[in-house]
Design a protein around this ligand. Structure first.
Ligand SMILES: [Zn+2]
Length: 71
């Protein structure tokens, strides 16, 4: 018996990325197919939502936990 993997007749082809309408390689090598990139795939998953989780302007970043003045 042979352990050789069965031949896979999978011809990579180019498709239109649903996000940017650019060319995307539809192949096992492209984990983001049919999108052309992770970024485009993220767009389809709702990139606008992540915008809402952004800190509003003016919010101090990473304020130290435990203000000594309060103790
Ligand atoms: Zn794209």
């Amino acid at each position: 018996m042979s352990d050789a993997a069965p031949p896979i007749h999978f011809k990579p082809r180019q498709v239109r990325c649903p996000a940017c309408a650019g060319l995307s390689l539809y192949s096992p090598n492209n984990p983001y197919r049919p999108f052309c990139s992770a970024r485009c795939k993220g767009v389809d998953l709702g990139a606008w939502a992540s915008e809402e989780f952004k800190l509003p302007d003016g919010t101090p970043p990473d304020e130290p936990f435990g203000d000594p003045r309060l103790q």
